[in-house]
Design a protein around this ligand. Structure first.
Ligand code: GAL
Length: 664
């Protein structure tokens, strides 16, 4: 297994490099990533290349059996680029160019910047293609889909629209430009939406798609060169998992595997739901195993900073990713830098460069991972449940969230995800158009943009025996962000056995006081819950009512949650948001029972389980994410690989402890 650190030799005197390499080797590290912010060192002035700093560093690393992933350095342009070529700087909506002096300030449609990007990529690729310990590439750094408002971007967007719609008539129809008399008579009349609130929703959705597409194209130029010059190297990118402005599935389509940057330690210790969920999303980008290109090594922040990982947490966080399908891992970063904006984004080593507690814990983890690797290699997560994650719905909802504080990713999707985590069931997070036949359960939170073909795909999934759980804002919009002109939930009405003739936001707008409704379980769900945020007024048309409204006379006729037998499967619908996680635990319990899915074990709260399997092997990872010792009922007579012991019927884990049980 490849495990190591993000390393910046340009931060340190050369005399230190040997010590660094020696300490890395002793820690069990065998890979570094470097170079992604070093453009000015490699091309100090236009067309003059100098790779000597990295040649020397690579040579020292090679002597210590450490391989390297090189970053194309386009995430931070040299000062000379900004000085010579002002069009390389992105423009803000007020048409001021972004100031040079931070990073990621480039315009992605600038022909100059794209040319300079291709040149440095080619020069690096040519120079390092035969360096024996260079094994792969990371493109740029954390593409984020952020827009630029310059004339070039505007012209490119107009071209993109023309290529997509062909005729202005088609575009006018698709966006519904009769509203406010916003019909276009020429392509160059199309302007860019300066903010998300007031512009045409169709224009907005395509603008988001365009910016995502533009960065995918930018990366593609680099990937093409890397493939041509370095055909034996892998190419990846360090995504930001749930970052909502770029379609990472599209970005990763051009790569060998997806990677991501994991920073779960800022506030007090908590159950690591979010990092688990992000890992499952990233594994879904290519539906294969992934790398963590930046893994939490210490307190992080650019001014004020967060908490130090407590003893055991660095190891726990690393094991969690391994458990979710991570096949390569690098800590960010090796050593806290003494200069620059990230002085307080701490590394395994502090400013003093001494190999202390965090280093030792990472070293222990690396040695364990490499020992485990023969058991882990070739395995992946085979989840029985999929959650659908749809970029179009996210892009569209950014400008029309339907209700205040509609925090889709942080909260909404996680309500279902966390309940599955507590049930000990692995989850894949995939596109609505993915092959769903391998999943016993599919959950579609706020699937807002729903082309007819996808609605048919979901109906067909249920008809053939799948269990679908959908909820609020399902199928409201067409592919171009017009409202469907059918009674909700439109084409899925029969599948779900309901109609929704009316709906409302419960948050109110413009400072109004939010309201809440009381919900009671009626069938297979018991207890009293609080509905907030949004409410569909659901009329069952054949569906069982699992929960209804109980404290407001006008809501009594309507269902809050339903279940419907359709073909060989089941269609569930949740028409509101429930404050109590207990609701989702019960719902997921019922869903899993209908789908005949059982987790290997039901862990105590705060203990996570995940299974990796394949190549005839099956490993159960058990992670104690609490500060208390936990005792877990496990299958007995199996080998626990870290202790080498056979399991009894119960296994006890210390705080932040982990176990890897070989089931097969
Ligand atoms: C990441 C980024 C790194 C570093 C780190 C800490 O998002 O890729 O370059 O900036 O955050 O701030």
């Amino acid at each position: 297994m490849r495990i190591g650190v993000d390393y910046y030799p340009e931060h340190w005197p050369k005399e230190r490099w040997l010590t660094d390499a020696r300490l890395m080797k002793e820690a069990g590290f065998n890979v570094v990533r470097m170079g992604e912010f070093a453009w000015v060192f490699m091309e100090p002035e236009e067309g003059r290349y100098d790779f000597s700093l990295f040649d020397e560093a690579l040579e020292i690393l090679a002597r210590h059996d450490i391989a390297a992933i090189l970053g194309t350095p386009t995430g931070s342009m040299p000062a000379w680029v900004a000085r010579k070529y002002p069009d390389c700087a992105a423009m803000k909506p007020d048409r001021q160019r972004r100031n040079w002096g931070i990073r990621k300030t480039n315009c992605f449609s600038s022909g100059t910047y794209r040319l300079l990007s291709e040149r440095i990529t080619r020069a690096m690729a040519e120079h390092f293609k035969n360096t024996p310990n260079v094994i792969g590439w990371q493109t740029d750094n954390e593409f984020d889909g952020n827009p630029c408002y310059c004339d070039s971007c505007r012209a490119n967007f107009q071209d993109w629209c023309r290529a997509k719609y062909g005729t202005l008539d088609a575009l006018n129809r698709a966006w519904g430009t009769h509203f406010w008399g916003h019909r276009y008579g020429a392509w160059n009349e199309i302007t860019l939406p300066e903010e998300q609130h007031s512009y045409n929703p169709g224009l907005w959705l395509d603008w988001k798609r365009f910016n995502s597409w533009l960065q995918v194209q930018f990366q593609r130029d680099q990937v093409r060169i890397l493939r041509e010059v370095c055909p034996h190297h892998f190419v990846t990118h360090n995504t930001m998992s749930f970052h909502p402005s770029i379609n990472y599935r599209d970005l990763c389509a051009d790569l060998d595997f997806a990677s991501w940057d994991n920073y779960p330690v800022f506030g007090p210790p908590q159950i690591l739901y979010n990092a688990a969920c992000a890992a499952d999303l990233v594994r879904g980008f290519k539906q294969k195993n992934f790398w963590v290109m930046e893994q939490t090594a210490g307190p992080g922040g650019w001014g004020a900073f967060g908490r130090n990982p407590w003893p055991g947490e660095i190891r726990l966080i690393a094991y969690q990713q391994l458990a979710h399908g991570c096949d390569g891992m690098l800590w960010f970063n090796w050593r806290a830098c003494t200069a620059g904006r990230e002085q307080y984004w701490h590394g395994l080593l502090g400013h003093d460069g001494l190999p202390l507690r965090r280093y030792r814990e990472a070293a222990q983890t690396a040695h364990e991972f490499r020992k485990l690797w023969p058991e882990v290699e070739g395995t992946t997560v085979r989840a029985p449940v999929a959650i659908l994650y749809d970029y179009d719905s996210i892009f569209a909802q950014e400008s029309q969230p339907s209700f205040e504080n509609n925090t889709y990713i942080q909260d909404h999707l996680r309500r279902y995800y966390d309940a599955l985590f507590r049930a000990g069931v692995n989850v894949d997070i995939v596109a609505p158009t993915a092959d769903l036949s391998r999943y016993a359960v599919v959950i579609a939170p706020q699937l807002y943009v729903l082309p007819d073909a996808t609605a048919h795909h979901l109906a067909e999934y249920v008809r053939k025996g799948g269990v679908l759980v959908a909820d609020i804002r399902l199928g409201v919009k067409t592919e171009t962000s017009l409202c469907h002109d059918r009674t909700l939930p439109g084409l899925l009405s029969d599948t779900l056995g309901i109609v929704i003739e009316e709906y409302e936001s419960l948050t109110g707008i413009w400072g109004a006081k939010p309201s809440e409704y009381r919900v009671v379980g009626r069938r297979d769900i018991s207890g009293t819950f609080t509905a907030f945020g949004f409410a569909d007024w659901i009329t069952p048309r054949g569906a069982d009512v699992l929960a209804g409204y109980s404290d407001r006379w006008h809501m009594e006729p309507f269902a809050a949650a339903t279940r419907h037998r359709s073909g060989n499967g089941w269609g569930y619908y949740v028409g509101t948001i429930l404050r109590e996680p207990e609701f989702y635990d019960q719902l997921i319990g019922d869903v899993l029972a209908k789908a005949n899915v059982t987790g290997i074990l039901r862990p105590p709260v705060g203990v996570e389980v995940s299974v990796r399997e394949g190549a005839g092997k099956k490993l159960l990872f058990i992670l104690n994410e609490t500060e208390q010792e936990q005792t877990i009922a496990v299958p007995s007579g199996k080998r626990e690989l870290l202790s080498g012991q056979l399991t009894e019927s119960k296994l006890t884990l210390p705080r932040f402890g982990v176990a890897v049980v070989k089931l097969a």
